[in-house]
Design a protein around this ligand. Structure first.
Ligand SMILES: [Mg+2]
Length: 381
């Protein structure tokens, strides 16, 4: 039996939220992220800007050149997660299995649910209407027999589209699409595929699987299967987050290392706060350093499970000092934490330093929860 997977993707999500917060932005070209005169990249952009060639991930400066009448905004990241939760709260009532793939994407497994919900296309439009009526967010839905097909389908007819790929027609659906439509075919793989003469997905599908296994290894085989309409049929139900990270691109190259250290400290404090908000601890730390010539260094280290910014920063600072070996300006610094474990509260009977510090952090969390993150700053930087 084939499966019925929905992929629901909120359309230009950040921009849509900004338009709820400020209705004057409606129907206008909006770009979230970066500074038109400075650095940084486009995090999200409205469909009005896309016709000028603007897309997310593009340097904001370049976006400004393409679409100088766009309205640039910094983005209200706290609101994005609030709206994402609102959408999830609506959706969880319907499918037996749901997987939130990112802040604005949900996979839902409706296999065998036709008797309950009726025709899948009608039901998808019902879901769209529900989300629009309740939270005023537009979305597109793709329906297919696996996750890859559903994802490609949701992107096929954006915004506010519904695309249903009937089981058995996956290959035909993909055939004439450019190879970069397949999730995972990015800047690295695309030129390699094109140099071998693969432009359309159908070009890949008609080759023998072995060719891709030999040329690209296991990933190549995976790609060949996707090109043939196959993909993961079961959702990952545990919505566990795998990492938390934060980085800062400087508006001009920084040659003052104390300033980079200060920024690193602030980023560390922020992600540790996020970790504590989720009642998690982490045991792997990754530092990212990018020089002005784009040379990028990442260094990771395993630490004892913690969410204390003081401990994390100590290690991060050591990694930074070891990584910063060139006399070149710094363009970006970032920090990430991975390998999470739920926080187990251990307040010892004796008031040792450890538990005092835990209590102090608890108090900090409470104040920040009430008055916002900047209300209290901790530490020596
Ligand atoms: Mg989206």
């Amino acid at each position: 039996m084939f499966r019925t997977i929905f992929h629901l993707d909120l359309d230009a999500f950040f921009v849509s939220v900004e338009r709820i917060l400020d209705p004057s932005l409606r129907d206008k070209p909006v770009i979230v992220g970066g500074n038109p005169q400075g650095r940084g990249v486009v995090t999200a952009c409205s469909y009005e800007t896309r016709k000028f060639g603007v897309h997310s991930g593009m340097p904001s400066k370049q976006a400004f050149k393409l679409c100088s009448h766009a309205i640039f905004i910094h983005g209200s990241h706290k609101e994005y997660s609030i709206y994402s939760d609102l959408v999830r709260d609506i959706l969880v009532k319907y499918p037996p299995v749901i997987e939130q793939a990112s802040v604005d994407e949900f996979y839902m497994d409706f296999t065998g649910c036709e008797k309950i919900y009726g025709n899948f296309i009608n039901f998808a439009s019902k879901l769209q209407k529900l989300i629009w009526d309740e939270v005023k967010l537009p979305c597109s839905i793709g329906i297919g027999s696996n996750k890859t097909i559903a994802k490609i389908a949701s992107d096929f007819n954006k915004p506010a589209g519904i695309t249903y790929v009937a089981p058995g027609l996956e290959k035909e659906f993909l055939e004439n699409m450019p190879v970069e439509t397949i999730p995972g075919v990015g800047k690295m793989l695309l030129p390699q595929l094109q140099s071998r003469g693969f432009y359309k997905i159908g070009d890949i599908a008609k080759m023998p699987a072995d060719y891709f296994l030999v040329a690209f290894g296991k990933n190549g085989l995976d790609l060949w299967e996707k090109a043939n309409g196959k993909g993961t049929e079961y959702l990952t139900t545990q919505r566990e987050q795998k990492s938390i990270s934060s980085e800062q691109t400087f508006s001009s190259d920084i040659s003052s290392i104390p300033y980079v250290e200060k920024t690193l400290f602030e980023l560390t404090a922020k992600i540790c706060q996020k970790l504590r908000d989720k009642e998690l601890t982490a045991s792997t730390l990754t530092l990212k350093l990018r020089y002005s010539d784009f040379n990028t260094i990442t260094r990771s280290k395993t630490i004892d499970f913690t969410n204390d910014e003081k401990k994390v920063y100590e290690v991060a600072l050591k990694l930074l000092k070891a990584a910063y070996t060139r006399r070149v300006g710094v363009r970006l610094v970032g920090i990430g934490l991975h390998n999470f474990l739920p926080l187990i509260r251990q307040f010892s009977l004796f008031d040792d330093t450890e538990s005092k510090r835990a209590k102090m952090l608890d108090a900090v969390d409470k104040i920040r929860f009430k008055f916002g993150y900047p209300a209290i700053q901790t530490g020596e930087k």
